[in-house]
Design a protein around this ligand. Structure first.
Ligand code: ADP
Length: 362
């Protein structure tokens, strides 16, 4: 008999599933629907458990049992519940180490996809990540991560007796444990038109920030609506933003809009930490020849306007689109996500320390 991959907390999930296919089902039982996903290529059972807020011991035990019996054992409910929501330990105050809005001058430049790539890269680097999807113009973020279930609600446990408890949103959890709150997860109809005026939009962003049961996160990424309307900017002004990422693409118009955005951001005195030029070029798979499909790159000029470095130039990538369209963005196998994450990490590390912030739920 061939030697088996040993089952310990330090076992790599991908390697285990390759050796013991039933492990994928066992992990799913625990809500770790990630055995086949790109993030978990790098993840151990212990890290996967931690990311999902679970104890590792019952998972290792269940996997061991499955190897012996060839069947998926029954998993006790208490072993499937994230620790952070254990009764009694309930904690309404989440701390975000870094709050990073992602902004673009106009729609369709790939801002949502870029936000998702940052999240995937940061998760691969072992960070706890959430995405506040404030781009109500489309269902991009939930769709990229394949999320369709409406968000759960929990009654505010600190409601004084005699008062109606306020419902708080429970973030959706992606396969690789990215927490996501999105207006598109408030109903189960993905196509419900979200026509919200500015002031309501501000309110929505604030609510998603304050009235969702986020875990303590290393990064809260905010996918802002495109453009430079007042609403998101007003909100930015009032949030403890650490740095803004600007997404652009090589078009003159985009550059002009980005200039406007950069000016506004400067007025707000929130630093832009980096620029990502998306759909920067296309490399023909057959010839390897590089084409500037949308014209020459303006990334350097935009970066200069924004007073921030170019984090990356992303190519037009049909493989990425296929993953994105199928809700499998986490399966991307491209070092570009590590590059994005590393740049953001470096930019954050270079910033002056801020006092530990605790958000309060009103
Ligand atoms: P935005 O959030 O700026 O409106 P999205 O992220 O929703 O833009 O992207 C718009 C469309 O462009 C999506 O269909 C997306 O899949 C596609 N897209 C984005 N980036 C790329 C890329 N690098 N290569 C190919 N298609 C892309």
């Amino acid at each position: 008999m061939s030697a088996h991959v040993e089952i310990t907390p330090e076992t790599n999930i991908r390697a285990l599933v390759a050796d013991l296919p039933i492990a994928e089902e066992v992990l799913s039982e625990f809500g770790l629907h990630c055995a086949g996903c790109g993030v978990n290529k790098y993840e151990t059972i212990a890290k996967g458990a931690e990311a999902h807020g679970l104890r590792v011991e019952p998972i290792v035990a269940a996997l061991t049992q499955a190897r012996l019996s060839g069947r998926v054992p029954t998993v006790m409910n208490e072993d499937k519940q994230p620790l952070r929501r254990a009764p009694g330990e309930f904690n309404r105050r989440a701390r975000f180490r870094y709050v990073v809005p992602v902004m673009s001058g106009k729609g369709g430049v790939g801002k949502s996809l870029t936000t998702a790539l940052f999240a995937v890269g940061l998760r691969r680097a072992g960070k706890k990540v959430g995405i506040l999807d404030a781009d109500i113009t489309g269902p991009s973020i939930p769709r990229l991560f394949g999320l369709t279930e409406p968000l759960g609600l929990e009654a505010d446990p600190t409601t004084p007796p005699g008062q109606q408890p306020k419902p708080l949103m429970v973030p959706a959890t992606s396969r690789s444990a990215v927490e996501i709150v999105s207006s598109n997860l408030l109903t189960d109809k993905e196509d419900t038109a979200m026509i919200w005026r500015g002031p309501i939009l501000s309110g929505v962003i604030r609510q998603f920030y304050e009235q969702a049961l986020w875990s303590d996160l290393d990064y809260l990424l905010i996918d802002l609506p495109p453009g430079t309307s007042d609403a998101p900017l007003t909100v930015l002004q009032s949030l403890a933003v650490d740095g803004i990422v600007l997404v652009t693409m090589p078009q003159r118009l985009a550059t002009m809009i980005v200039r406007k955005a950069a000016n506004l951001v400067h007025q707000l005195k929130k630093p832009i930490v980096g620029v990502v030029e998306n759909m920067s070029y296309f490399v023909a798979p057959d010839t390897g020849k590089k084409y500037d499909v949308f014209g020459p790159s303006y990334a350097d000029q935009v970066a200069e306007l924004a007073g921030a470095p170019v984090f990356a130039r992303l190519p037009i990538d049909p493989t990425l689109v296929a993953l994105a369209d199928n809700g499998r963005v986490e399966e991307i196998d491209d070092p570009i996500v590590d590059t994005l994450a590393a740049h953001l990490e470096a930019a954050m590390a270079a910033r002056p320390a801020k006092p530990a912030e605790t958000i309060s739920l009103l």
